[in-house]
Design a protein around this ligand. Structure first.
Ligand SMILES: Nc1ncnc2c1ncn2[C@@H]1O[C@H](COP(=O)(O)OP(=O)(O)O)[C@@H](O)[C@H]1O
Ligand SMILES: [Mg+2]
Length: 370
């Protein structure tokens, strides 16, 4: 054997205590792994050599197994994708197809339930939205109908006085009426109809302002007893003509509100109580404070309201006795205005009435405003 002291692993063992090297052995004609160790007590070095061919030897053994598991994983992922497509993408496509089909009519969308809860969440939400849209459209449709009815009623109501005015004016214009008293009477009727029209237009404007929730509503502290004195003063001629007596019982309270609103509210309620009454009839107005709420009662022992009309009297233009109401200057808008005002202040209104015995309206409004 030649001198092994110069071998890489031996040199390393002499220097550091141990060493190794992989190298092709010329003697054996194959690759060997050499490991050398130096003795701790002397300069002797122990060197071992084993045939070594590295990983290359194992690769052919591992390759089929690696290839096999790779193919298996590939097959699994294809299958999983296929399943995902069918259970997730397909229901989504169904939903989007359904949604496209409706083309603007987003009502009553319907989807088949999917096996995946996540997909059902989307379908359910979409269906819920479609139901909301349906409700919303129905509401708009209803409002549209109410508005149309209102317009046709308003036009009809305005036409009646205009027709009268036109008729009287034509008679006067024709010069056939020579009698001065009759001429004056006709002029008086024209004026009366014009006043009626003005009242109607004011009522319509009031309702429209309340509905659009006009921004400039000035709130002040309204002294209710003072307001009631004023209103009853204004109703005196009417009450006297109908021989109706008005009793006021009002606590000295103030309410934070729009003065015009409060005037309109009480004028309509007390005016009705006087109007739908009989000679010798009475009207009691009672205003109290309770838990920072103003409780106002307007009671009369007049003609009363038939039971089947009770929930309709707040509708616009609704009148129990159309002939009587018109003769007395009613428009059928008064209680509708009252209801709008009460709603504006988030208050409540209720009515109790018995035909031929009388009626009571009770309004509750917050005293500290809105
Ligand atoms: N105090 C009352 N007693 C009897 N009927 C009433 C009373 N208040 C209102 N009504 C009935 O309710 C209808 C609607 O009232 P309202 O809206 O004020 O209209 P109107 O302009 O006819 O007074 C009246 O036409 C009348 O038939
Ligand atoms: Mg009225």
């Amino acid at each position: 054997l030649d001198n092994h002291l110069g071998r890489e692993e031996v040199e390393a063992a002499l220097a550091e205590g141990s060493g190794y090297a992989i190298r092709r052995s010329a003697t054996l004609g194959r690759t060997m792994l050499y490991v050398a160790m130096r003795s701790a007590h002397s300069d002797n070095v122990l060197r071992l050599a084993v045939p070594y061919s590295g990983m290359r030897e194992y690769l052919p053994l591992l390759f089929p197994a690696a290839m096999g598991s790779f193919m298996l994983a590939l097959a699994c992922s294809i299958a999983a994708t296929e399943r995902f497509v069918s259970s997730v993408t397909r229901p989504l496509r169904v939903i989007s197809r359904e949604m496209l089909k409706v083309r603007g009519d987003y009502r009553s969308l319907k989807f088949e339930p999917s096996p995946y809860p996540e997909i059902n969440v989307i379908a359910d939400t979409t269906m819920e939205m479609s139901r909301d849209v349906e409700e919303y459209l129905a509401r708009i449709e209803k409002e549209k109908q109410i508005r149309q009815e209102f317009f046709s009623n308003a036009s009809h109501e305005l036409k009646t006085p205009i027709t009268s005015i036109q008729g009287y004016a034509e008679l006067l214009e024709g010069g056939l009426i020579r009698d001065e008293n009759m001429q004056r009477d006709f002029a008086g009727r024209i004026k009366k109809e014009a006043v009626r029209m003005t009242g109607l237009i004011n009522d319509i404007l009031m309702i429209s302002r309340l509905e659009t929730k006009e921004a400039e509503v000035v709130m002040t502290d309204v002294r209710v007893s003072v307001l009631l004195e004023e209103i009853v003063g204004g109703l005196k001629p009417q009450a006297a003509a109908g021989q109706v007596f008005i009793h006021i019982d009002c606590q000295p309270l103030m309410i934070r509100a729009n003065a015009q609103h409060m005037r309109e509210l009480f004028t309509n309620l007390i005016g009705n109580a006087v109007k739908y009454n009989r000679p010798g009839g009475q009207v009691w107005v009672n205003v109290r404070e309770s838990d920072r709420q103003m409780v106002a009662r307007v009671r009369d022992n007049g003609v009363g309201i038939p039971e089947d009309s009770l929930d309709r009297i707040f509708e616009r233009f609704y009148r129990v006795d159309k002939g009587r109401s018109r003769k007395q200057g009613g428009t059928g808008l008064g209680l509708s205005i009252v209801k709008h005002i009460v709603g504006y202040y988030h208050g409540t209104i209720r009515v109790e009435s018995k035909l031929d015995e009388g009626s009571e309206f009770v309004v509750t409004l917050p005293m500290d405003g809105i």
